[in-house]
Design a protein around this ligand. Sequence first.
Ligand code: MN
Ligand code: MN
Length: 281
Amino acid sequence: MISQEKLNKTEPGMVAVIGIPHDENSSFMKGAALAPEKIRSVMHNGASHLCAENGVDLSAEAGFIDLENMVLDGKTPATEVIESTISGLVEQGVYTISLGGDHSVTYPIVKAYAKQYGPMNIVQFDAHPDLYDVYDGNALSHACPFARIMEEQLAEHLIQVGIRTLNPHLREQVDKYAVEVIELKDWESSWIPNISGPVYLSIDLDVLDPAFAPGVSHHEPGGLTTRDIINFIQNLNTPVVGADIVELNPKRDINDMTAAVAVKLLKEIAGVMIRHNTLEL
Ligand code: MN
Ligand code: MN
């Protein structure tokens, strides 16, 4: 849950950042639960200002709010807390940018969005498709969220970008759920999705090359540049109604450089959301 005092400040059309300090479903290495606080500390460390490249100044923007972190104390299952918290915001007409946590958080977030918007267009940036039916005996593993999303028909269209880790089981899952996979070997930098209507954007930082984002649990060389994702965000021609930035692992980071990438992407997504929402929604 988040504080009522903060919730009272949200209004329809606002862009709200919310932290989800949760890494219980990480398969290989914990640490992503530390990400939201790290991203905030780097965002406010004075090294750079809060203007997006499109001119939206988040520090002066009444439509931008940080709701701090969800409280996940284990008394209520995290998936329930995440779903109900995001639902409360989305029902109110707020656009959320969630800071993971590992990628398992996306399933309850998308559940909340689908209740409001119906099955969504989802664009997932990731080195991994996260489509395992079950991983290490855990159906809620961070390796599985998009299998859950697809089997519950929460997505009208799932597009995965940056994938470079398919194996036979994952290829079967891709076919089973009719996922549009753009493997990184086939991707072009000018690509934008051929979709209409609102988009939910899920960014797993391991889509980036480890040279740009070493602070993730699963290093998968041969990835995107930071600018590739920024260009995509800026060129997207349909409204982004929700987003998450997941899988930052501060324990693996070098000089907070991956946290700085997360801040940059957060600023660019928020800038585009505020600009689009003001002009088009
Ligand atoms: Mn992922
Ligand atoms: Mn990944």
